[in-house]
Ligand binder design. Structure first.
Ligand SMILES: [Mn+2]
Length: 320
């Protein structure tokens, strides 16, 4: 028995099929299954790639039949918020559709909308399925969250969730409203911890936007300063001060139970982030491979256990 933890798919159904095949999953009665193993998806099934519904038509039956578990990614959260009306603003939705922000939101969601917007019943059914995805998984052997395992925030959020760690429409309203506790908690779990850079410091992100805050390497206990902790381009990191980030931005994940995340658009040769934390997002949605971590019971993770959707990225190390 074991688990195959699979990264952010972003509509790349071809890469998903190739990866499942390499992992030894075969179709049976319309569901991809492994005779002994269970898949776990870390979320971000949609947006960007060419095959949005195709991806969901592989993942959903796996989850519904027990061949896989799945957690919610920030793109599923955004899809729900795009769909639900804002009770406080007539003619607007929880994720705004109007104005300049609306244009940006639609652009991010365009690949998914192109496949569902003209099929309202299917769109509604998919949103319901997204709402059935837990925010995180706590299994006896391992943990899964889309971006950040934050025990303090999880303890705060859990009593507000439906059983099974699910969001409902009331929580969606709160978690979509900047400035609420719920917004900060859900945003951190699904997108990572963010720190305000010290006054005068900023950088340009990949889209060319000036940013005065940065996500952090929460998994790295030694990353205690802005220069070490900020997830920014290396040339930017070198300019950041070597002063301590705020204490409340540090987690120091110390448990010996492995945690798996996606979300971080990593590139290069897959490697674990720490002995107990691994990221399985290697940018399948931006030309990279879809990656899985083949977990077989080890409490200390190994970079040799990543499996890729294509040989061009490397060999399958343990393919059965
Ligand atoms: Mn993500």
């Amino acid at each position: 028995m074991g688990y195959d933890i699979i990264g952010d798919i972003h509509g790349e159904a071809g890469k998903l099929r190739a990866l499942l095949k390499r992992l030894g999953y075969v179709e049976s009665a319309g569901v991809m299954r492994h005779p002994e193993r269970t898949a776990i998806f870390v979320g971000d099934f949609i947006d960007r790639g060419p095959h949005q519904l195709d991806t969901l038509n592989i993942v959903r039956p796996m989850v519904e039949s027990g061949s896989a578990f799945a957690t919610m990614g920030n793109h599923e959260f955004n899809a729900i918020a795009w769909y639900l009306r804002d009770p406080d603003r007539s003619d607007e939705y929880l994720r705004p559709r109007k104005g300049e922000i609306g244009e940006k939101n639609r652009h991010q969601h365009a690949a998914f909308l192109a496949e569902v917007e003209h099929k309202p019943d299917l769109h509604a059914e998919i949103i319901d399925w997204f709402l059935s995805l837990p925010l995180w998984l706590e299994l006896p052997e391992l943990r899964v969250i889309h971006a950040c395992w934050h025990p303090g925030f999880m303890a705060e959020l859990e009593p507000k969730l439906k059983p099974g760690r699910l969001l409902d429409e009331v929580m969606m309203v709160k978690a979509s409203s900047k400035g609420t506790a719920e917004y900060n908690l859900v945003e951190t779990l699904l997108k990572g911890i963010e720190v305000q850079l010290p006054p005068g410091y900023f950088f340009k992100d990949k889209s060319g936007h000036t940013r005065h805050e940065a996500r952090t390497r929460w998994w790295d206990e030694a990353a205690t300063t802005y220069r070490l902790a900020a997830l920014v381009p290396p040339e930017t990191a070198a300019l950041l001060p070597d002063t301590e980030i705020p204490n409340d931005a540090r987690i120091s994940y110390g448990a010996d139970k492995p945690v798996f995340v996606g979300h971080y658009w990593r590139t290069g040769k897959p490697a674990i982030l720490s002995p107990t934390v691994a990221c399985v997002d290697y940018s399948a949605g931006k030309g990279g491979p879809l990656v899985a971590y083949r977990w077989g019971g080890e409490s200390v993770l190994s970079s040799g256990n990543f499996v890729f959707s294509s040989e061009e990225y490397g060999d399958v190390t343990r393919s059965t």
